[in-house]
Design a protein around this ligand. Structure first.
Ligand code: AMP
Ligand code: MN
Ligand code: MN
Ligand code: MN
Length: 277
C-alpha cells in the first residue's frame, strides 16, 4: 500500500525545514506521495519538486489557505493545483498582504504584556514580512525565555482573549475554494477536529464547504483521535466528500508526528489521491 502524506510545511511558511529537507524526511518515513502545503504561499513547490524527483517520489503541488468562516478561522488545503494560475496566485497574494499589519498589532499587544521587540523578533524567524505569523512570534517568545515551548506560548499569548491575539479577516470560504478550483485543484477542509465549534456548527461548515465546491476532508491528521478519525470518515461519507491524510508536519521539536507516520484511512473512505492514479 502506498504511503500518502498530503499536508506539511516548510520554511516558506511556518515550518522549520527547507522544502528539500521536508522531502528527505518524508522519504525516510516511507512516503511515496507527498504534498507540500505551506500557508498562503506556493514558493517552496519548485524546490520540493526537484527534491522529490531526485528521490523518485511523487510531489503534489499544494497550499493551505487561511479562511474566515463565521467567527472562526478555518484552513482549506488545495491539492494538485497549478501554482502559476493567476486567479490563485493573486488570491494568495491578497491573503499574505494582510499578515504584516496584523503582526504589528500583535507586537503592540505583546509589548503591553511585557514582551517588547516581538515584531522584529518574529520577523527574524520568518521567510518574509508577508509570511509572518503566530508561529514565528511563538518561537521568538520561547527564545526570550517567556515560555517553555511553542504550544505553551500559544496558550498564554496567542489565542483568542490573550494579549498577542488579533482578530483578522482572511479569505472568504467561497473565494479560497474557487481559487483552488480555477487552478485545477481539489479543496480539502483541513484538520476539522481542531475547530472550536459544536457539531451543529461543524455540519453548517461542511454544508457550506460542499455547496461552494469543496471536495474533500482531512480524516487522518496528527491531532485527530481514533474517535475523530471515524467521526470524520462518517461525515465524509454523509456529505459525499473524498478523504485525505496528512501529518501537518512543521518541524523537529514542534511536530511529533513525522511525515507519513499516520494511521490509514478507514476503509469506508474514498481517498482523495485516487483521482490522480
Ligand atoms: P497564523 O496563520 O499566523 O494564525 O498561524 C497559524 C499556525 O499557528 C498554525 O498553522 C499552526 O502551525 C500554529 N498553531 C496554531 N495553534 C497552535 C497551538 N495551539 N499550538 C501550536 N501551534 C499552533
Ligand atoms: Mn502552521
Ligand atoms: Mn492548519
Ligand atoms: Mn498546516
Amino acid at each position: 500500500m502506498r504511503n500518502v502524506d498530503l499536508h506539511c510545511h516548510s520554511t516558506v511558511s511556518d515550518g522549520l525545514l527547507s522544502p528539500t529537507e521536508v522531502v528527505s524526511l518524508a522519504v525516510k518515513g516511507g512516503v511515496d506521495v507527498l504534498a507540500l502545503t505551506d500557508h498562503d504561499d506556493t514558493a517552496g513547490l519548485q524546490e520540493a519538486r526537484t527534491a522529490a524527483e531526485s528521490h523518485g517520489i511523487r510531489l503534489i503541488s499544494g497550499v493551505e489557505i487561511s479562511v474566515s468562516w463565521d467567527h472562526l478561522t478555518v484552513h482549506i488545503v488545495g491539492l494538485n493545483i497549478d501554482p502559476t494560475h493567476p486567479e490563485l496566485a493573486e488570491g494568495l497574494m491578497k491573503v499574505r498582504g494582510g499578515r504584516l499589519e496584523r503582526a504589528r498589532k500583535m507586537a503592540d499587544g505583546l509589548a503591553a504584556a511585557g514582551i517588547p521587540g516581538a515584531f522584529e523578533g518574529a520577523l527574524s524567524f520568518a521567510s518574509s514580512d508577508q509570511m509572518i505569523g503566530r508561529t514565528h512570534f511563538a518561537r521568538y517568545i520561547v527564545e526570550q525565555g517567556k515560555a517553555r515551548n511553542v504550544s505553551a506560548v500559544f496558550k498564554r499569548y496567542l489565542v483568542k482573549g490573550k494579549p498577542g491575539y488579533v482578530s483578522h479577516r482572511w479569505a472568504e470560504l467561497g473565494e479560497a475554494i474557487s481559487w483552488i478550483r480555477a487552478a485545477g485543484g481539489i479543496a480539502v477542509l483541513a484538520h476539522p477536529g481542531r475547530y472550536k465549534v459544536g457539531s451543529a456548527g461543524l455540519r453548517a461548515l461542511l454544508e457550506d464547504f460542499k455547496n461552494l465546491g469543496g471536495e474533500a476532508i482531512e480524516v487522518v491528521t496528527s491531532n485527530h483521535t481514533q474517535v475523530q478519525v471515524h467521526r470524520f470518515a462518517d461525515y465524509a461519507q454523509h456529505y459525499g466528500l473524498l478523504a485525505s491524510r496528512g501529518s501537518d508536519y512543521h518541524g523537529p521539536g514542534e511536530s511529533f508526528t513525522l511525515p507519513g507516520r499516520l494511521g490509514p484511512l478507514p476503509s469506508i473512505c474514498k481517498p482523495v489521491w485516487q483521482a490522480w492514479s
